[in-house]
Write a protein that binds this ligand. Structure first.
Ligand code: SF4
Ligand code: SF4
Ligand code: FES
Length: 898
């Protein structure tokens, strides 16, 4: 540690930091723009000027940029001396020369870093009274609005988008006082992390277009600590609500997971919460459609069905909370409860669970992925299945730059020096997937292989690393030694795989590589993606797959209770129709899915924004998401309840009075594999200074008039019996002490810090862990009991094998219901090897038959796509279910398709 002296006070700091980081980490306020904890320093804005002194006798000192000066031991500096204050105020004044001062109409207003820094520097008066330079703005697509006149030329956007996220369609153009940040021509930003520009840009150049449509100031929204359900990474998010609608999603800092960044699916895919076609009241089927019924009648009807003497089956869901699935299991009994996944999905998720629980290698956090120095990806396009992992893989590859800078005694935070030194050098990343990925550009080598061949490559690499690991069943070529050598030489090797390739063998091969490395290097980590936000929890339930649970229906009529699951996405169409013929269907969901539309009774379930519950992410971390708002506060006719609460009420008796803490305690008692889940966040009785915690900013203006559009009388805020949070600005809000448990932080705010930069105030050190520990409880620890897996024989035969391909936009069920995401989905397609397509006489359109259903799909033919495979996009509208079923492909006749 180093000691620095700031304005006469002594602070212990990390000497590897620069002075700006060091001051912020010690809680001192110092303005800055171009520095960002994840992007480092470039010294572009000159806003962080401080005085440093040679020794205690030096009374003159000299101005330096704090972000460009190491926090060397015994540094003497001043933030508050008159000359540095005047310099910083002058810098803001210069930055404001062309700034339009349009805060009242700027959507950044109220959570703007430029506003905060302007106030912090004491720049109160506009000094430039002449004509301002103006720019034309660009249409950047459905997510991001562009207002270039607000730019202060800090270069953060281009450093994030191009350098950090690997974007290629964005840049800085022009020179001197006329620099433009945008695309060569207007058009949709292509990078899947573009939404982070809205938080990275310290002013209102890039704002969230999905928010613009229904805009509310930060202080007028209500927030909750929440978890993204867009995939199983479990990024922490801060949804903002106004008038019973989610208005935007921002990043909620988590030191081990998302850090400062979300993917676009997670940020912009929330629109399904606000859909007008959601079921909002219980619905009972009539001869001519649905009739709305009250809650009590719906429950009575369901109880009648459940006691009608027919077999009762419960179908759970990997997108529903642990609590909801548990209550369904309690309702129907363990034997009749299905995990809601197909047999194939179940096998894949169990294979992942097996590796994480019985194996010898720890699951990687996103931070660990960032820091890996050699990576082998087997079969998983994580940019689609676990997008935040893909962003971390890019940082792992770039990590080489920082190793090189360290060798030259240049500190990590010198971002431009690192880029200059590193140039095109990357840590070794090997990517074996059937189709190209969005991170191939930083790969040392890519392999386009069928899943079987990927597994064989993995088994061969494991055998090359440790001769006691079983060899592959065929010789996979000379790449094996290259990969093995790079992984062996690494200090922090990482293996990435998952369920995306649809092959248990691929997961096992990945595990073998990790196990083989573990023998010599305990720092190895494994990252295994699973299909949905709560898939790993469903594997932990150890319940039957969908097909097995539905077997009784073959013999007799049954009652099926479906929890937040669209069976049409899982069962082949004929099976789905057969099921409907023989069942009474009770569906709990927050969307009118094709399954809900065919139900006898629909119960309107709360979405993530209206519910509190727990998800288990792909590392086995249980995380609690909290209810953002009570939808009935603005519309008393809305009858949505959390699925777990509906199910408690159906069970009746004492169960009706359960709250979340009771449900969680029951989960732990009944299913010991979930032990620890109650500690994912403080319970309902938690209080700070005798108070519950506020969900809304304490500056929330006009709160007492907020409901005046409904009725002039303001009703009491809804009481939240399930959590320690209040639906209100009232309650403990940290009062500038930032001492709330990180699990209960709804949004970033600290006195003087209204923008997302306020997360600095909640961290042990900038960019580090949250004070009190990063949220979540690990339910899995590798027991070290598993040995090596043996490869299975490769598939024989000439028939084309359908393999799943995944899309960032289009494969995930719920974000597909958000209009801006729909605008980014690709049209349905099929991928074939070019030679194979030619051999079959297939041109631009193919006739694809999946379980007897024929569709015409545009053909993407690729020379490097495995010859014996047909690539079918998962979940894409227009592509039927059946990626694991038999599938045939033929040329479309001249009169067909097109
Ligand atoms: S657009 Fe924003 S992030 Fe980019 S240089 Fe301008 S102010 Fe900085
Ligand atoms: S990576 Fe997954 S969890 Fe994170 S923001 Fe994207 S979709 Fe959500
Ligand atoms: S933050 Fe230091 S120069 Fe910009």
């Amino acid at each position: 540690m180093a000691i620095i002296h700031v304005d006469g006070k002594q602070y212990e700091v990390d000497p590897a930091d620069n002075l700006l980081q060091a001051c912020l980490s010690r809680g001192l306020d110092l303005p800055y723009f171009c520095w960002h904890p994840a992007l480092g320093s470039v010294g572009a804005c000159r806003q962080c000027a401080v005085k440093i002194y040679r020794d205690e006798n030096d009374k003159v000192g000299r101005l330096v940029m704090a972000c460009m000066t190491p926090a060397a031991d015994n540094t003497r500096m001043s933030i508050g001396d008159a000359e540095s204050k005047e310099f910083r105020e002058g810098i803001i004044s210069l930055m404001m020369t062309n700034h339009p001062h349009d805060c009242p109409v700027c959507e950044e207003g109220g959570h703007c870093h430029l506003q905060d820094m302007t106030v912090m520097t004491g720049h109160y008066r506009r000094q430039y009274h002449f004509t301002k330079r103006t720019h034309l703005n660009q249409d950047l697509g459905p997510f991001i609005a562009h207002e270039m006149n607000r730019c202060i030329a800090c270069y953060r956007c281009v450093r994030f988008y191009n350098d950090y996220a690997g974007g290629t369609d964005f840049g800085a153009f022009g020179s001197a006082a006329n620099v433009y940040f945008g695309r060569v021509q207007g058009g949709t930003l292509q990078n899947y992390f573009s939404g982070n520009l809205t938080e990275v840009c310290p002013t209102g150049v890039f704002t969230d277009k999905t928010h613009s449509e229904r805009y509310a100031r930060k202080w007028d929204m209500q927030f909750a600590p929440s978890i993204c359900a867009g995939c199983a990474v479990g990024c922490n998010i801060s949804p903002g609500e106004r008038y019973g609608e989610v208005r935007r999603i921002e990043n909620r800092y988590h030191g081990e997971l998302n850090g400062y960044f979300l993917c676009d699916r997670g940020r912009f895919g929330y629109g399904y919460v606000n859909r007008k076609d959601r079921p909002r009241k219980p619905l009972a089927k009539q001869t001519d459609g649905f009739a709305t019924v009250d809650n009590a009648s719906a429950i009575t009807r369901i109880r009648q069905l459940l006691t009608s003497g027919k077999a009762v089956i419960g179908v759970g869901s990997a997108r529903a909370s642990v609590e909801a699935n548990f209550e369904l299991r309690e309702l129907v009994g363990a034997a009749a409860f299905s995990n809601g996944m197909t047999r194939g999905e179940t096998e894949l998720c169990r294979a992942v669970l097996d590796v994480l629980r019985e194996g010898s290698v720890e699951a990687a956090t996103i931070r660990a992925i960032d820091e890996a120095d050699a990576v082998f990806v087997l079969g998983e396009d994580v940019l689609a299945t676990a997008p935040r992992v893909a962003l971390a893989l890019r940082q792992a590859a770039r990590g080489k730059w920082f190793d090189m800078t360290r060798e030259k005694k240049v500190p990590d935070w010198q971002a431009e020096s690192a880029a200059d030194i590193g140039q095109h050098e990357f840590n070794p990343l090997f990517v074996a997937t059937p189709a190209p990925t969005g991170f191939d550009d930083v790969a040392k080598k890519t392999f386009r292989l069928a899943p079987d061949a990927i597994a064989q490559l993995g088994f061969a690499v494991a055998h090359a690393l440790d001769a006691s690991a079983p060899p592959a069943t065929f010789a996979p070529g000379d790449a094996v030694e290259t990969i093995a050598h790079a992984l062996r030489a690494a200090k922090r090797p990482l293996i990435v795989s998952g369920t995306g390739a649809g092959s248990v063998d691929v997961i096992r091969a990945a595990a073998n590589v990790a196990y083989a490395l573990r023998k010599a290097n305990p720092a190895v980590r494994i990252s295994l993606a699973v299909p949905e936000a709560n898939s790993l929890a469903m594997a932990l339930f150890d319940a039957r797959p969908l097909e097995d649970a539905l077997v009784p229906i073959e013999r007799a009529d049954a009652v099926v209770v479906v929890l937040e699951n669209d069976l049409e996405r899982r069962l082949p169409k004929p099976d789905f129709e057969r099921l409907l013929e023989r069942t009474k269907l009770i569906v709990l969901d927050h969307q009118m899915t094709p399954t809900a539309a065919r139900a006898d009774v629909v119960l309107p379930a709360a979405s993530f924004a209206e519910a509190t519950g727990t998800l288990v992410n792909m590392e086995g971390r249980a995380q609690r998401y909290f209810q953002n708002f009570d939808p009935a506060y603005y519309d008393r006719s809305i009858a949505t309840l959390e699925s777990w609460r509906w199910l408690c009420r159906i069970r009746g008796g004492d169960a009706e009075h359960e709250n979340l803490d009771d449900v969680l305690a029951d989960v732990e008692t009944t299913l010991p594999q979930f032990k620890g889940i109650v500690h994912a966040a403080p319970g309902a009785s938690f209080r700070m200074h005798g108070m519950g915690l506020a969900r809304a900013p304490h500056r929330q203006s006009g709160r007492t008039a907020a409901r005046a559009i409904v009725f002039v009388h303001e009703p009491k805020s809804t009481v939240d019996d399930d959590t320690a949070l209040n639906f209100s600005m009232e309650g403990y809000n940290g009062a500038g002490r930032d001492d709330r448990p990180p699990e209960l932080l709804p949004f970033a705010w600290a006195p003087g810090w209204n923008s997302p930069q306020a997360w600095n105030k909640f961290q042990t050190e900038v960019g580090g862990a949250l004070r009190g520990g990063d949220p979540g409880v690990h339910l899995l620890a590798p027991a070290g009991r598993a040995g090596y897996f043996s490869p299975t024989a490769p598939r024989r035969g000439d028939d084309l094998r359908p393999i799943p391909l995944h899309e960032h936009f289009g494969s995930e069920e719920l974000s597909n219901l958000a209009e801006p995401v729909r605008a980014r989905m690709p049209a349905p397609y099929v991928v074939l090897n070019s030679d194979a397509a030619r051999g079959l006489g297939i041109g631009d359109v193919a006739r694809v038959s999946i379980d007897g259903i024929d569709v015409h799909l545009a053909v993407r033919s690729r020379a490097d796509f495995p010859r014996d495979c047909v690539g079918l996009p998962v979940g894409l509208v227009g592509v039927p279910f059946g990626s694991t079923s038999r599938c045939t492909v033929a040329a479309a006749r001249a009169t067909e398709g097109g």
